[in-house]
Design a protein around this ligand. Structure first.
Ligand SMILES: NC(=O)c1ccc[n+]([C@@H]2O[C@H](COP(=O)([O-])OP(=O)(O)OC[C@H]3O[C@@H](n4cnc5c(N)ncnc54)[C@H](O)[C@@H]3O)[C@@H](O)[C@H]2O)c1
Length: 143
């Protein structure tokens, strides 16, 4: 399958490689990143770049109106020191920002949502065998 994909965090390490792989496979790729850590030079040639914070109305609007088939989410606050020192900021980015994108995806009819959710903060990943009882999370966890 190919189509239109939005890769968040696509100016960062993981997201830029994911965006590149989609382009190689013939997808139409847009990257959304606020460049708080990433660099625009990491965004692969051929991808459209949108500079926005995932917590913002602009980001939600981008997802909602982009006619994307897939939302592939890798924008995150990844610094564990920041998550310890500023837990509210960390949660706002990694939880509220993610939900903001999911709401946009719901509005825009995005078919699939993917990402490395909670991958760096989960102290017991082996215990997470069941997804929370929330349809979007369940859908994502099942893919
Ligand atoms: N690098 C690894 O080895 C590794 C391993 C496992 C999981 N992960 C997970 O992959 C994801 C990406 O990690 P990474 O190593 O590529 O980090 P990274 O810092 O290189 O990339 C994250 C990107 O998100 C962007 N970003 C941060 N806050 C944002 C916001 N509010 N709005 C929009 N963009 C924002 C940054 O500018 C950056 O470009 C994270 O969830 C991380 O936990 C990474």
């Amino acid at each position: 399958m190919n189509g239109r994909v939005l890769v968040t965090g696509g100016a960062g390490f993981i997201g830029s490689h994911i965006a590149e792989a989609y382009l190689r496979d013939g997808w139409e790729v847009a990257v959304l990143d606020d460049l708080s850590r990433g660099q625009q030079s990491n965004v692969p040639k051929g991808a459209r770049f949108v500079r926005a914070d995932i917590r913002s109305p602009e980001a939600r609007e981008t997802v909602a109106t982009g006619r994307f088939d897939v939302l592939n989410h890798h924008a995150a606050q990844i610094d564990v020191r920041v998550s310890v020192d500023r837990p509210a900021f960390d949660s706002h980015t990694n939880v509220v920002g993610f939900v903001n994108l999911l709401e946009g995806a719901g509005e825009g009819g995005v078919k699939r949502r993917r990402g490395l959710r909670r991958s760096h903060h989960d102290p017991h990943p082996g215990n997470r065998t069941q997804a929370p009882d929330f349809p979007l999370w369940r859908e994502q966890a099942c893919r």
